[in-house]
Design a binder for this molecule. Structure first.
Ligand code: PGA
Length: 255
């Protein structure tokens, strides 16, 4: 597939996998995906498995490591938190920020996500910043307003250079873990809208470079169509990233 931007496909393992299970999964992915080129493949295990998965992918050139969250603070007295510097120790390169589950269960605000994104860049980590509307918001005709608020609120404080190194994940909340995927038209419309917001906040050149992933019930069967859309530059995969076969097939079907 000839895309303007390099595809980035990330597996968000969420609160799943013991260290042993994480190693099984990543070793399987190494075998399946070892020869795949021209796509950035990222695995995001839970914090407890980062160390071992990091060692396991040392020999895999095309697999990068991501975390699922981090603190906005530098190391210090923040019980239970993990700082960017600690992720760097395990060669983490990406960090998912503002996932809808964190926005909902931990009440993360755009303001907090913005601070985390800035802290990630300060440590040379690439944030994957998630945005997306709920079903109620979509049905009330508020999708664009919600996306505009989230994009501006969580990204506008970045510099242009930082924005280019940031990945945005459009994840309609109603499509996450529900088996419902946005239609090709819904995904393309939302992605184009997000890119237009980035052009307004930064400029056209920045907006053209930013990779926007789609997330929400991505599967081997729908990956190709979604990845072929002009403004879709990758996927953030939850459930289907927990097994070698389905995640490997998503990657292979996308290229
Ligand atoms: P899903 O999750 O693929 O299970 O819908 C996507 C996500 O939450 O990133």
């Amino acid at each position: 597939m000839d895309k303007e931007r390099k595809l980035i496909i990330a597996g968000n393992w969420k609160m799943n996998k013991t260290v042993a299970e994480a190693l099984d999964l990543v070793n399987g992915l190494k075998l399946e995906l070892g020869k795949v080129k021209d796509v950035d493949i990222v695995v995001c295990p839970p914090f407890t498995a980062l160390g071992e998965v990091s060692k396991a992918i040392l020999s895999a050139r095309n697999l990068a490591l991501g975390a699922q969250n981090m603190s906005e603070h530098k190391p210090g007295a923040y019980t239970g938190e993990i700082a960017a510097q600690m992720l760097k120790e395990f060669s983490v390169r990406y960090v998912i920020l503002g996932h809808s589950e964190r926005r909902i269960y931990q009440l993360e605000s755009d303001e907090l996500i913005s601070k985390k994104a800035q802290a990630a860049h300060a440590a040379a980590l690439k944030p994957i910043v998630c945005v997306g509307e709920t079903l109620t918001e979509r049905e009330a005709g508020q999708m664009e307003k919600v996306l505009e608020t989230q994009v501006r609120g969580s990204l506008a404080a970045l510099t242009k250079d930082q924005m280019v190194e940031t990945v945005v994940a459009y994840e309609p909340v109603w499509a996450i873990g529900t088996g419902k995927t946005a239609t090709a038209q819904q995904a393309q419309d939302a992605h184009a809208f997000i890119r237009a917001q980035l052009a307004k906040i930064f400029d056209e050149a920045v907006a053209r470079k930013v990779r926007i992933q789609y997330g929400g019930s991505v599967k081997p069967a729908n990956a190709r169509e979604l990845m072929s859309l002009p403004d879709v530059d990758g996927a953030l995969v939850g459930g289907a990233a927990l097994e070698v076969r389905s995640f490997a097939d998503i990657v292979k079907n996308s290229i």
